[in-house]
Ligand binder design. Structure first.
Ligand SMILES: C[C@H](O)[C@H](O)[C@H]1CNC2=NC(N)=NC(=O)C2=N1
Length: 100
């Protein structure tokens, strides 16, 4: 099972993933993606869902029109692990492919 990252390791990893920040009040990372419209937002979610399912690592997320709020945490480990960092990176890459 993936191990929770230390505060230092988490900080360092976040430094390399644009716009992901620590969620206040819990051991998790988050980012709010804003797209051009609902179609782009849902397209992003569809692509990200396929990656998440392949990783067997799933986001907490909320969509309102063109905005997708994402929170990542490894529930089995009770905090942020390398899996969350990997999924955050993948989501940034997917969002880049989405015209918006
Ligand atoms: C049984 C299954 O592998 C686990 O429940 C997986 C599924 N997806 C998961 N997703 C996340 N974010 N954290 C987990 O601990 C987790 N565990």
């Amino acid at each position: 099972m993936a191990e929770r990252l230390t505060t230092e390791a988490r900080k360092q990893a976040l430094g390399g993933i644009p716009d992901w920040t620590e969620v206040s009040g819990r051991d998790a990372i988050g980012k709010t993606f804003v797209f051009k419209d609902f179609n782009e937002a849902f397209g992003f979610m569809t692509r990200a869902a396929l990656v998440a399912e392949k990783m067997d690592h799933h986001p907490e997320w909320r969509n309102v029109y063109k905005t997708v709020e994402v929170v990542l945490s490894t529930h089995d480990a009770g905090g942020v692990t390398a899996l969350d960092i990997e999924l955050a990176r993948a989501m940034n890459a997917i969002a880049k492919l989405t015209p918006g």
